[in-house]
Design a protein around this ligand. Structure first.
Ligand SMILES: Nc1nc2c(ncn2[C@@H]2O[C@H](COP(=O)(O)OP(=O)(O)OP(=O)(O)O)[C@@H](O)[C@H]2O)c(=O)[nH]1
Length: 281
């Protein structure tokens, strides 16, 4: 890293035991800091034959992911899948088509956002946009994934989708506050502070933990915003491409997709709706 001049691309290969969620925030730096390095994306390579075993391994203590009060257990494989932007399922020739379908479905149920490539000898048609130049943190393409919530395929981590209505400036601030509570305090704000006394739910039972989030929404002034997050770090930025055209087609409902542990789609949707409604006064 001491070499002068610029790099075309830096690829970091971590050990098989690394938690990508500890590394990603280090490289995902603020534009304002003027760094020429940006985080392009996280690629996770899994072995079609062994991944189910890895996901079913006996839990080991993972720093920062203490199990708290029970709940489905978490393995390093879960973390490496939940933080990935691209997942390569390799050695597809070593399993039957049915096994491959099962493994792919389980991986997709954990991380509904990642692009999944099934390969033999890790061969992809080309590097660009398959493994490099992913722009996973500075753009959003497809958020059209079915909201899954708790999955019978893998109860540990799930992907959920929440609708985001057009946001007033006050609602945008409320969204920020809601995300801070969720990511920093691991607390789900009550859907209504007056009537809902069951909340706030905190990390104790079961542990609430967001690994990755992405979203797109419109403002009531017709602009389009993007939400990106990994673990405790998140940002909401204006997207260059305006939202006017989509709104004219009546397509003005945004989406927030969250990948994490101990998340329940209905509960989060209620809480978020409550937060945005409060801001309407
Ligand atoms: N059948 C089959 N064998 C493969 C495939 N990809 C790699 N191998 C073979 O698997 C063996 C081990 O390779 P890898 O699993 O890639 O090993 P590695 O990733 O360097 O090992 P670690 O970094 O220690 O995980 C080698 O003999 C490869 O030729 C594949 O898609 N199908």
């Amino acid at each position: 890293m001491e070499r002068r001049g610029s790099f075309d691309y830096i690829m970091l290969e971590t050990s098989g035991l690394a938690d990508p969620g500890n590394l990603a925030p280090l490289f995902w730096v603020d534009d304002g800091l003027g760094s020429s390095i940006y985080l392009d994306g996280i690629v996770t390579l899994v072995d079609a034959k062994n991944i189910s075993l890895s996901l079913d391994e006996k839990p080991v203590e993972i720093e920062g992911h203490e199990d708290g009060h029970g709940g489905p257990h978490l393995t390093i494989a879960h973390l490496q899948i939940s933080h990935a932007d691209v997942i390569v399922i390799n050695k597809c020739d070593s399993v039957s088509p049915q096994e491959l379908a099962n493994v792919t479905e389980r991986i997709h149920s954990i991380n509904g956002l990642a692009k999944i490539h099934q390969t033999q000898y890790s061969q992809v048609p080309k590097l660009e946009s398959f493994l490099l130049d992913l722009h996973a943190y500075d753009g959003i393409d497809n958020l059209d994934i079915a909201s899954q919530g708790h999955s019978h395929l893998d109860p540990t981590i799930s992907t959920i989708t929440l609708p985001l209505p057009p946001l007033t400036p006050a609602a945008l601030t409320s969204l920020q506050t809601w995300l801070r509570s969720l990511l920093w305090e691991r607390t789900l704000p009550p859907s209504s502070p007056v009537t809902d006394t069951s909340n706030p739910r905190t990390l104790t039972s079961p542990r609430l933990d967001i690994h990755r989030l992405k979203g797109r929404a419109f403002t009531t002034t017709g602009a389009q915003i993007m939400v990106q997050g990994v673990r405790e770090v998140f940002e909401i930025v204006d997207m260059e491409e305006g939202g006017g055209e989509m709104q004219q087609r009546g397509d003005n409902i945004g989406k927030l997709v969250l990948i994490g542990r101990g998340i329940n789609g209905e509960e989060l949707e209620r809480s978020l709706r409550g937060a945005l409604e409060i801001s309407r006064g």
